[in-house]
Design a binder for this molecule. Structure first.
Ligand code: NAD
Ligand code: DAU
Length: 354
């Protein structure tokens, strides 16, 4: 997509990755108007965007991607040139507790959004773009070796990944059937600031700080490929502007870690920062019942994105993890706000009652 003036709807912009994408676009492209459409579920938080909320090229609209009528009205109001779609239910454990919520938002919500785009753009598709942000989990689970490439067949195994895989298929169906201009990326695990503390890294940071048990699923042998969230936001910027319509790009950190090793590393970092004796926080590690259908290993081959569009990750994991820990220690109010209320109910259901 060329970089002349345009109006872009970013869905899910109040969430973890979405807020980093909104911030990057608002700051980098003052001639773009960024409209953040978010339903503000438990995972959406306007505090994440406090620093840019009064920028002249930023607008927030509260709304649900499943509400076709309301989204259509926003298209009439803003005449969007592009949509960058991140809104989703994103947590695997929650998808095991309530799979249909994931079908509604991730499948029906994405299909509704595609439909609104098609209806509004059908007579002038030129210069329009629907960018779908997806996950490496659609590819399933790897053994000890090998990588996911863009050609790896889909093999989702959790309700979350099945719903994301389905949304990916709808995106490609709209491309082939209606010639809707689309592009898609499938990214590995992100980490960084504003990450909701239901996910491994922020949950462990929060529990270490509060001297709570550190719940490691199974034996802690599962492997994930971790990417600094700002590097993902940069990848989205790159693909949005330079990606080929109808194509997909894998995004990853070339940075595989076993869960156990991450938890130990976090314990070491936090012992130092909190002035605890070495080895103190690691005593909190507690092995708990494994996640049902727990995918063993994810590893992304992001060669295509590097070779064709020139993107590569910028930050070393250890450095990024230190920065992340610092952010959580300096933003206790943010953590307190998001872990009050319903968080405790979810935490009890997931970790205490099992
Ligand atoms: P998140 O859960 O932090 O944020 C999701 C956002 O979507 C929230 O602001 C929420 O309020 C909003 N939302 C949810 N349902 C909505 C609805 N029906 N209508 C409008 N808004 C709604 O998620 P995240 O971790 O930032 O992930 C963003 C996207 O990136 C998702 O599509 C996810 O599948 C994908 N992804 C995430 C990761 C990761 O490591 N977190 C990796 C690869 C891909
Ligand atoms: O791979 C990309 C995906 O990464 C995204 O699409 C998802 O939205 C995102 O949530 C993430 O999914 P994971 O399931 O890999 O992330 P999570 O942080 O939930 O878990 C990471 C690993 O840590 C996984 O092997 C499960 C394990 N784990 C997780 C939690 C929350 C634990 O051992 N204990 C925990 O308490």
């Amino acid at each position: 997509m060329s970089s002349t003036t345009k109006t872009i709807m970013i869905t899910g912009g109040a969430g973890f990755i979405g807020s980093h994408v909104v911030r990057l676009f608002v700051r980098t492209y003052p001639h773009y108007h960024i409209v953040n459409l978010d339903a503000l579920t438990y995972a959406g938080n306007l505090e994440n965007l406090r620093d840019i909320e009064s920028a002249p090229n930023y607008t927030f609209e509260k709304g649900d991607i499943m509400d076709e009528k309301a989204i259509h009205a926003l298209f009439e109001k803003y005449q969007f040139d592009a949509v960058i779609h991140l809104a989703a239910e994103s947590h695997v454990d929650r998808s095991i507790l309530d799979p249909l919520a994931f079908v509604r938002t991730n499948v029906l919500g994405t299909a509704s959004l595609l439909n609104v785009c098609r209806n509004n753009w059908k007579d002038h598709m030129e210069g329009k773009l629907f960018y779908h942000v997806s996950t490496d989990e659609v590819y399933g689970s790897l053994g000890e070796v090998g990588f996911f490439t863009e050609e790896t067949p889909y093999d989702p195994r959790s309700p979350y990944s099945a719903s994301k895989a389905s949304s990916d298929h709808f995106v490609m169906a709209y491309f082939h059937t209606y010639h809707l201009p689309v592009v898609m990326s499938n990214c590995s695990n992100n980490y960084g600031s504003h990450h909701f503390p239901e996910k491994l890294i922020p949950l462990m940071i929060n529990n270490i700080k509060n001297n709570q048990p550190l719940p490691v699923y199974g034996k802690g042998a599962n492997v994930r490929d971790w990417l600094w969230v700002e590097d993902h936001a940069r990848a989205i910027d790159t693909i949005f502007h330079k990606g080929k319509v109808g194509d997909k790009y894998n995004v990853g950190g070339f940075n595989e870690w076993k869960n156990m090793d991450i938890v130990h590393l976090l314990c070491r970092i936090m012992d130092k920062k909190l002035g605890r004796p070495e080895g103190e926080s690691a005593k909190l590690i507690t092995f708990v019942k494994d996640r049902p259908g727990h995918d063993l290993r994810y590893a992304i081959d992001a060669t295509k994105l590097n070779r064709e569009l020139g993107w590569k990750p910028s930050l070393q994991f250890e450095e990024g993890l230190e920065k992340t820990v610092d952010w959580y220690l300096q933003n206790e109010d943010w953590v307190r706000d998001v872990t009050s209320g319903n968080y405790q109910k979810y935490y009890d259901e997931q970790y205490v009652k099992r």
